[in-house]
Write a protein that binds this ligand. Structure first.
Ligand code: F0G
Length: 355
């Protein structure tokens, strides 16, 4: 096994996945993403925090969705489906489109009108998916996809499909494999709430198998204008700069609450101002460029530190869910860096350097 080439998360974690009967997998060698120690960001957050970043933007389509999608598309193929379908704020559609292409299947995606980051739209289009923009939000799109896939022979590949959760839990396995133990705290953004469900499942399974000796506290963070779980009610018109988590009625609401309560963690909300601040801090203090939604937990940890949450030294792992390149519009808008245009001379450059 040791000298076998890496072939993605199904091959690597097969004994923890419901895949016994699959004749073939649809994989793009997803997984095995870096767990990067982040000393400068740790110092910015709290002297008690030792921070590691799970860089999920380094998956094949640039987000954590690939771990779930290798499972969902393999499963759809095993069941004889030829079409997969999802609703998406962008990353699920990019991933579904890539894996469907890899598996020789058709992919249909429903996206909220005019509301997904440009890179993600480009991905779905270039992989040949049928992209349908609906005049509504993500929650409307998911409701429609659920009904259509119930009535027609089309496989639903949103995270309400349980095999998606099984695939995504492998990120928790990788964290424990690399640290040699579970962290004290794992923090991540919460949108449709599939990933928080997946991580908690993964940590619990490794603990049950005796691979870790403890369980982390799970800290989930929503954006202030899209925080139904924190506010305790669905939100009709969710709003946030973090378009990936602009969701008003998460499908896995209950299991997110269970992850929070069973782990002794919390789910809190942070402002867009804090999200953008953390987005720039990660990029400038650590050289890590993740999309805005990914920084929600960093903003949340900073906020908790200010409230005195960290009194003891703790190891904290954070999922950076998607690659910053997916959302160039937000990057350019908020980077506070002016593009100078000058004559093509040495003198002009020296002058602009301030010498
Ligand atoms: N971060 C990013 C970059 C995401 O794309 C998503 C979800 C989340 C966090 C939240 O994860 O939904 O499991 O709680 N994106 C979905 C999509 C909704 O359609 O791409 P979650």
């Amino acid at each position: 096994m040791d000298n076998m080439a890496y072939n993605g998360i199904i091959q690597k974690y097969r004994r923890f996945l419901p895949v016994e009967d699959y004749a073939e997998f649809v994989s793009l060698d997803e997984g095995q993403t870096p767990l990067l120690k982040a000393p400068a960001l740790s110092r910015w957050i709290s002297p008690h925090v030792t921070l590691y970043l799970k860089i999920e933007g380094q998956n094949p389509s640039g987000s954590f969705k690939d771990r779930g999608m290798t499972m969902a598309v393999s499963h759809a193929k095993f069941q004889g489906h030829e079409i997969v379908m999802c609703a998406s704020t962008g990353n699920t559609s990019a991933s579904a489109a890539a894996y469907a292409a890899r598996g020789g299947m058709k992919c249909v995606v429903l996206i909220p009108d005019g509301n997904i980051a440009l890179g993600k739209l480009a991905q779905a289009l270039v992989h040949g998916a049928q992209v349908i923009s609906i005049q509504g939000n993500f929650d409307d799109a998911l409701t429609i996809v659920r009904e259509v896939t119930m009535k027609y022979p089309i496989a639903l590949v949103n995270s309400v499909n349980p095999v998606r959760i099984d695939g995504q839990k492998t990120a928790a396995f990788e964290i424990v494999d690399e640290l040699g133990e579970a962290p004290d705290i794992h923090a991540l953004p919460v949108g449709n709430a599939g990933n928080i469900t997946a991580y908690w499942k993964g940590f619990k399974e490794y603990f049950a198998a005796g691979i870790s000796t403890k369980l982390p506290r799970i800290l989930g963070f929503q954006a202030e204008g899209a925080a139904p779980i924190v506010d305790g009610a669905p939100i009709a018109n969710p709003k946030t700069v973090a378009s990936a988590i602009r969701i008003g009625n998460p499908a896995s609401w209950q299991s997110a609450v269970s992850a929070r309560d069973e782990s002794g963690g919390l789910i809190a909300k942070v402002s867009d101002t804090r999200i953008i601040q953390s987005y720039l801090q990660a990029a400038r203090l650590e050289g890590v460029f993740a999309e805005p939604a990914s920084l929600t937990p960093i903003a949340g940890l900073k906020m908790l530190a200010e409230q005195g949450y960290f009194q003891q030294p703790v190891t904290v792992t954070v999922t950076l869910t998607g690659n910053g390149l997916k959302d160039p519009g937000t990057a350019v808008e908020y980077s506070n860096s002016e593009l100078q245009s000058i004559p093509p001379t040495v003198d002009a450059v020296i002058q602009s350097l301030g010498y």
